[in-house]
Design a protein around this ligand. Structure first.
Ligand code: B12
Length: 395
């Protein structure tokens, strides 16, 4: 194809992407992502990946886009903005006293569903023009942020997010790898973070102490998705977060300006508590009453470790310990049910929640009734032996 024809094809792709609701489109070549490869190798060597698989599993694969499609020549990288909005939060009062767990903004708006629809449109245009095309998004095959930087969509911020002047960081990213040879976008946007450390100081666990490098061992967004027990040292910091964490984005000044320009007015931005009204929440009492099937029907589209509903209950119990009203009958019921669970993960976290709320007598009753009798991995015993920070009544 001639250069002119390639430019026309790109214009067609951009029109299709925009009309499908995508907010930014860029093009890069299919050379390996060497800097990302180095970063992955370094983080693995330092243990900062905390056992995560994803792009870390086979970095030679996730940083070599040519492997995705035979004859690949270009990558069309797309971003979709999911700026949290008030309308996302149909608040219902929580079942008495149990409180609600918050959910990250990208989950609240099914941002990935909308992104996929746009990526499929881009594939259709390319295939309609005689090229081969494969969409990839948020999986093990490609380092999405590195691709976005090279396609000129933004820079990597101190919070490790792809940031852009226009869209901030409330974006999800996906790519179409194609055999078409498209005109490349201008080089990456210049770094805009400068000396700003807002995301680093806002991180509840210090996971971003080194700018641009995330320690997944301390990232709440990872810990709610990781299998096993929730690390005791980060349970209080989890606060009311049931799934995902947005704190390093909420405080970012570029999200201020992106939101402001989207709404055409200045945006007040600051504390989590103010922003919490933007986020979807889940009734903890309802969640803790659900059967396995109901839980998976309601939340199965989330990344749940090993597809085991007990991990959702684990997260909910830590949140309950942090936000529940110790005097509430609904809390009483949720704790009793969880303390008698067949799952050692659930029972162990119920011990923590009960003791954090000062309800030690429920633990004592449960022990009389057999709590800890079936404890093959010693999880309940370990919880019983661990000191628990009692929640301050106003905390
Ligand atoms: C594993 C993963 C996670 C892990 C680890 C994240 C991480 N930072 O490594 C966990 C579970 C914690 C996670 C959390 C979240 N994730 Co995630 N995650 C991924 C996944 C699958 C791979 C990321 C990856 O390859 N990391 C490897 C490291 C090496 O890459 P990196 O962090 O970009 O590293 C670069 C920088 O560190 C930079 N660098 C190195 N040194 C320095 C130094 C300085 C000073 C600077 C500035 C930069 C810098 O160079 C590195 C190489 O390019 C991608 C999807 C994909 N397939 O790419 C989504 C992805 C990164 N996640 C995404 C999202 C939305 C989130 C959450 C916001 C979800 C939430 N609300 O809970 C949080 C954000 C937490 C955060 N600050 O990263 C989006 C990000 C979109 C965007 N605008 O950036 C992605 C791209 C998914 C998608 N397709 O949309 N995620």
């Amino acid at each position: 194809m001639t250069a002119g024809a390639n430019r026309l094809l790109l214009a067609q792709i951009q029109r299709a992407a925009t009309s499908a609701g995508l907010d930014a489109v860029g093009v890069t070549d299919i050379a390996p992502f060497t800097q990302a490869r180095r970063a992955i190798d370094e983080r693995k060597a330092a243990g900062l990946h905390a056992g995560m698989w994803f792009t870390y599993g086979r970095p030679e694969r996730s940083t070599t886009p040519a492997n995705i499609l035979t004859g690949a020549r270009s990558i069309v990288v797309c971003a979709l903005n999911y700026e949290p909005s008030d309308s996302l939060t149909p608040e219902r009062p929580a079942t008495d006293g149990c409180g609600r767990g918050t959910v990250a903004a990208y989950v609240a708006s099914d941002a990935y569903g909308a992104l996929w629809a746009g990526l499929e449109r881009v594939c259709e245009v390319l295939k309609g023009n005689g090229h081969d095309a494969v969409a990839v998004c948020d999986d093990n095959r490609l380092v999405d942020r590195a691709a976005a930087v090279r396609a000129g969509l933004g820079w990597l911020g101190h919070n490790t997010m792809l940031l852009s002047q226009e869209l901030g960081s409330w974006t999800v990213l996906g790519s179409v790898v194609t055999t078409a040879e498209l005109p490349l976008s201008d080089a990456a946007q210049p770094d805009g973070c400068g000396t700003c450390r807002r995301c680093q100081t806002a991180c509840p666990t210090g996971a971003l102490d080194t700018a641009g490098v995330l320690d997944a061992n301390r990232c709440l967004a990872w810990l709610v998705q990781a299998p096993g027990i929730f690390p005791p040292e980060h349970r209080v910091a989890l606060g009311d977060r049931l799934y995902g964490c947005d704190d390093c984005q909420t405080v970012c000044p570029f999200n201020d300006s992106a939101a402001a320009s989207a709404r055409g007015q200045p945006v007040e931005l600051g504390l989590r508590s103010e922003r919490a009204t933007h986020r979807n929440t889940v009734d903890l009492a309802e969640l803790l009453q659900m059967t396995d099937d109901d839980l998976m029907a309601a939340f199965g589209h989330w990344y749940i470790p090993r597809r085991r509903p007990e991990y959702l209950r684990r997260n909910a119990l830590v949140v309950l310990g942090n936000v529940g009203d110790p005097a509430s009958p609904a809390v009483d019921e949720a704790l009793r049910r969880s303390l008698s669970s067949w799952s050692d993960v659930v029972a162990a976290h119920a011990v923590w929640a009960a003791r954090r709320l000062g309800r030690d007598e429920l633990v004592a009753e449960a022990r009389t009734a057999g709590l800890g009798d079936r404890d093959p991995n010693g999880l309940v015993a370990a919880e019983l032996a661990r000191p628990v920070p009692l929640r301050h009544p106003a905390g």
